[in-house]
Design a protein. Structure first.
Length: 246
């Protein structure tokens, strides 16, 4: 997890659900049911009012896959992105690519749902894709980190990564990893750039029921190709016996 996800919400709906009080993009991103690494995505983050201690909640767009801060070459930066779309919650505070962003620039990544491919260690045929979403129809609120990187020509590129954890419950029968979900009552603490205590941040990612309200169903292998998109990719298909859903 997580290599593809879907986002088809209207920008006004994201602003409402995530209680955005600050800036928002002038133009919405196109609907995309097969978002891939390096694509432009939405995130929610905090910014200070006039450099003070009061923060607004902003909706912005950037590219998926964190660029390692020490890179100097733009080609290397693009390669770095494709390798850093996910950050493991267990080691995020230690990894050079992620540790500074974890302490300083955290975000929420809204998603309609995400795709996962069954592993050989699970209950389903290897590489069978599944779509995981919320049973209540609301946007998933995924914990993430973001950072800024300046190219040699001075161009500023912002990028983000999804934070993942060990999968639990029925999701573990599909794949060993899942995204870290961030409940609404923890948004302010998670987005607060002044909160930099590592144990506190790790505690925010620990949930009693990490997979609460998540449901999964198998989908067509058409999602395997980034050239394919459309709502049809998220529709459930029927698997043959003995493959049944949890």
């Amino acid at each position: 997890m997580c290599g593809r996800y879907a986002q088809s919400a209207q920008m006004r709906d994201l602003i409402e659900q995530f209680e955005v009080t600050g800036v928002a993009p002038q133009e919405a991103l196109p609907q995309n049911w097969n978002i891939a690494p390096t694509n432009e995505i939405y995130i929610i983050r905090s910014s200070a009012f006039n450099g003070g201690d009061t923060f607004s909640r902003d909706l912005t767009t950037l590219s998926w896959g964190l660029i390692a801060p020490w890179l100097k070459d733009e080609n290397e930066a693009k390669i770095s992105q494709s390798r850093a779309i996910n950050a493991r919650s267990e080691s995020i505070h230690e990894k050079p690519t992620f540790r500074d962003a974890f302490r300083r620039t955290r975000c929420l990544i809204p998603a309609e749902g995400y795709y996962e491919w069954a592993t050989a260690l699970g209950a389903y045929s290897p590489k069978q894709p599944f779509f995981i979403t919320s049973e209540n129809g609301k946007q998933l609120s995924i914990a993430g980190i973001w950072s800024s990187w300046q190219s040699p020509d001075g161009t500023l590129i912002e990028s983000a990564s999804v934070i993942t954890r060990e999968a639990v419950g029925g999701l573990a029968t599909i794949h060993s990893r899942m995204p870290v979900m961030m409940p609404r009552d923890r948004w302010d603490a998670w987005l607060n750039p002044q909160e930099r205590d590592i144990p506190t941040l790790h505690k925010l990612m620990l949930l009693e029921k990490p997979a609460a309200n998540l449901v999964a169903h198998p989908v067509s292998s058409d999602v395997n190709s980034v050239a394919n998109t459309g709502e049809r990719l998220t529709r459930a298909i029927t698997l043959g016996e003995p493959e049944t859903l949890f």
